[in-house]
Write a protein of this length. Sequence first.
Length: 159
Amino acid sequence: MRSKSKCLEKYIMQNKESHYRVAYSYVKNKEDALDIVQDSIYKAFKSISVLENTDNINSWFYRILINTAIDYIRKNSKISLVEDFILDSNDDSKEDNYEDIDLQKALDNLPEINKTVITLRYFEDLRLEDIADILGENLSTVKTRLYTGLRKLRIEMEE
């Protein structure tokens, strides 16, 4: 158990920027993204005993992170719409803005599962096999979701 905790700690420290980017891609807010990462770390340490093999720590933690982000969105969706409107009208800072706003808006309009696959593949540069492991899905299912998402993204970008 002790070595699993040390391994998890080392993994989190080495990949904290990637974890933040994934969380931020869901909520588009610095503080919320940091909260999601923090909650994910807490959940990971709390359930470290379920991790059978430390070689799978990457996919195991990403699964926790993504599920935490999706849960956060579900719980706070009505509140965040109002806050985003208020923040957008009053905020002059340029921190954490994506360079391609149209792409980000198009990504936000995708179904959650397509957005997750595209984010992990192209923004986190994960292999399809790793994404399948993270999501607990078949490789062919992940490929289908990726290509479906890319097709929807292309249509969205052309409009």
